[in-house]
Design a protein around this ligand. Structure first.
Ligand code: 5AD
Ligand code: SF4
Length: 449
């Protein structure tokens, strides 16, 4: 009899990719994936702890699962990912109905842990998180030869190129949840991409906490390979129609990487370049290792190499000590760069981060007001920038086929909706003329013949 597993993923693409690997491991161990917890024998929450809110969501879902387990005591509940890594066995004390805790980079042990669960005397015995030294095991073979699920045609995939982070931005929990930076060997990455392309994947996104420093931290090839070198190698693999990457730290954005945008046709003209703040004083307290001026220089270099590049960012408002003047600098930076889009957040205290200790916290009401002001202005700018596309004919990649409209994406990462009588499949490239712009998406039509 097959068992059924439901995996719920919170947070970033790194977690999505980890969930995919967990899914493949469990399918190999005889599980079938289902879409709701009601149908499952095993529920896995792959968790995020980047902000307090993300963690609260996990605990509230665990609360709901307690009721399900009261009705069905045989239900197994696993907590994986960043909250598991950070809280470890505390979760078992707070939520005794949880059966398994499995930290980041330990999830490949999951099938084995599930087997041991039935024989173990206590759950604590099989709780598995990285140890304090964060000695990360070598990259596991990433199971890329597992058969694709036939139910959902796939056309794009994430490929992990590195894990962890050595930057220790003072607000960030990632170095504590994902450990030290480690780059995956070049040949492994290239082999995985080749296999994916052979299976029909057309778009590859290279994934890491800080991809710009790929290859800096350990020997990854016979010869030193930087991120720009790796991009060139992946871009040269026949069948890679679109290439993207995330995430980047401005301090490590090299001239060679900027040149890739002028050079590589299949590298999408989109750059997510988190700035966090427009104030040098705040950047310093955040332990970001660039100044506002240096950041602006990198933006100018990208735009000069690739004039139609779309730049997006992450911003934190209300970092401890952020004054009205500091925030004004962030608003001013928004006017200067005019991002296509951004993700903005209120600063949130996280355990094991330096900024949690800072005494000059900003009041919640001020954080909310600053966030609102930032987002309102960003929305206006996004709309203005999106309107610049009206009348242009762009190549889009089909993502979803709805009953009336097709949802697709431009290289610059804009969503486009359009109607098409031709039968299309996800992954198809189509030329579309933009006829209308909203702040979050565009509408298009097939160009007249
Ligand atoms: N509070 C608020 N936002 C945060 N981020 C990371 N840590 C925190 C925190 N403690 C944001 C940053 C980062 C994005 C992934 O999440 O903007 O780039
Ligand atoms: Fe966190 Fe900074 Fe590393 Fe990004 S670069 S994961 S913000 S510590």
């Amino acid at each position: 009899m097959h068992k059924h597993v439901y995996i719920k993923t919170f947070g970033c693409q790194m977690n999505e990719r980890d969930s995919e690997i967990m899914e493949q491991l469990l399918v190999r161990a005889g599980y079938i994936c289902v879409r709701t917890s009601q149908d499952a024998d095993l529920v896995i929450l792959n968790t995020c702890s980047i902000r307090a809110k993300a963690e609260q969501k996990v605990f509230s879902l665990l609360g709901q699962l307690r009721q399900q387990k009261e009705k069905r005591p045989e239900l197994r509940i696993a907590v994986a990912g960043c909250v598991a890594q950070q809280e470890g066995q505390h979760i078992l004390r707070r939520m005794p109905h949880v059966d398994i805790i499995v930290g980041t980079q330990q999830f490949y042990q999951l099938p084995d842990m599930l087997q041991r669960l039935d024989q173990a005397d206590s759950k604590q015995e099989i709780c598995c998180t990285l140890d304090a030294s964060f000695s990360i095991p070598p990259f596991q073979k990433l199971l890329h030869d597992a058969p694709p699920s036939p139910a959902e045609p796939e056309f794009r995939k994430f490929v992990t190129i590195m894990q962890g982070c050595n930057n220790f931005c003072s607000y960030c929990v990632v170095p504590a949840t994902r450990g030290r930076e480690i780059s995956r060997p070049v040949q492994d990455i290239l082999e995985e991409v080749r296999l994916l392309v052979a299976r029909g994947i057309r778009e590859i996104t290279l994934l890491g906490q800080n991809v710009n420093s790929y290859g800096c931290t350990n020997d990854v090839a016979d010869q030193p390979t930087g991120f720009a070198d790796l991009l060139r190698m992946v871009a040269a693999i026949p069948g890679v129609q679109r290439l993207r990457f995330t995430s980047s730290n401005p301090q490590d954005l090299s001239v060679e990487l900027v040149e890739c945008f002028a050079e590589l046709d299949n590298l999408c003209p989109h750059f997510h370049l988190p700035v966090q703040s427009g104030s040098d004083a705040v950047l310093k307290k955040m332990n970001r290792k660039y100044s506002r001026d240096l950041y602006l220089e990198k933006v100018a270099a990208l735009r000069s190499a690739c004039p139609d590049i779309a730049i997006s960012t992450d911003v934190i408002v209300g970092f401890p000590g952020e004054t009205d003047e500091d925030f004004k600098q962030t608003m001013d930076l928004l006017e200067t760069v005019r991002y296509h889009g951004s993700f903005s957040f209120k600063y949130s205290d996280r355990p094991n981060t330096r900024s949690t200790e800072f005494s000059d916290k900003v009041a919640e009401s001020i954080k909310s007001e600053r966030l609102q002001r930032f987002q309102k202005r960003q929305d206006q700018i996004s709309l203005e920038k999106n309107r610049e596309y009206v009348g242009q004919t762009l190549e889009v990649m089909v993502e979803e086929i709805g009953s009336a409209k097709i949802k697709a994406r431009t290289g610059s990462n804009h969503i486009v909706h359009f109607e098409d009588a031709t039968e299309r499949s996800p992954g198809d490239l189509v030329k579309v003329t933009i006829i209308h712009a909203g702040k979050h998406s565009l509408n298009g039509e097939l160009p007249s013949p």
